[in-house]
Structures are given as structure tokens and as C-alpha cells.
Unconditional design. Structure first.
Length: 83
């Protein structure tokens, strides 16, 4: 299912795959999980659906999506602590 209605050419799909591989390789090995890779892929697809095709921009957005979704206990406000 494609909720955005975006259609990608085979060439763009290949370029997005390369971007995802490059972004994944830029992460520390311990962070190269399937969940993180899926998060980065979603970011790449969302940006491409909006028309972005620059590989450098797509890679930056992919890595930024992982940084934004990384939460550590010391970064969580006291209101969100679970007791």
C-alpha cells in the first residue's frame, strides 16, 4: 500500500538504495539494526515522495531521522520517567 501515491522510477529506487546503504555504513556497527535501517528508509522515501532526489540531502535526512528518534534515559524529562 502506498498512502502518498508516490511512484518511483527504477533508477530512483536504485539511487535510494545506495543512499540507504551509505547512510547505514556511516553509523556505528552497533546501530546498524534492521529497525534503524527501516527508520532511515522511511525518511528517504518520504523525502523522495516530496521530490527530493539529491543523494547528499537524502543521506543527511536519513541519518538525522535516526538521531531524532534516539532516546536515552538522560535525555528524557522527569515528567516522562517511568517509575
Amino acid at each position: 500500500m502506498n498512502p502518498t501515491g508516490a511512484a518511483f522510477s527504477p533508477d530512483l529506487i536504485q539511487r535510494m538504495r545506495v543512499v540507504l546503504d551509505d547512510a547505514t555504513a556511516a553509523l556505528p556497527e552497533a546501530k546498524r539494526t534492521s529497525a534503524i535501517k527501516a527508520e532511515m528508509a522511511c525518511s528517504i522515501l518520504a523525502a523522495a515522495a516530496k521530490g527530493e532526489q539529491n543523494p547528499d540531502v537524502l543521506r543527511t535526512l536519513a541519518i538525522a531521522s535516526v538521531v531524532e528518534c534516539s532516546h536515552y534515559s538522560h535525555d528524557i524529562s522527569p515528567e516522562r520517567w517511568v517509575i
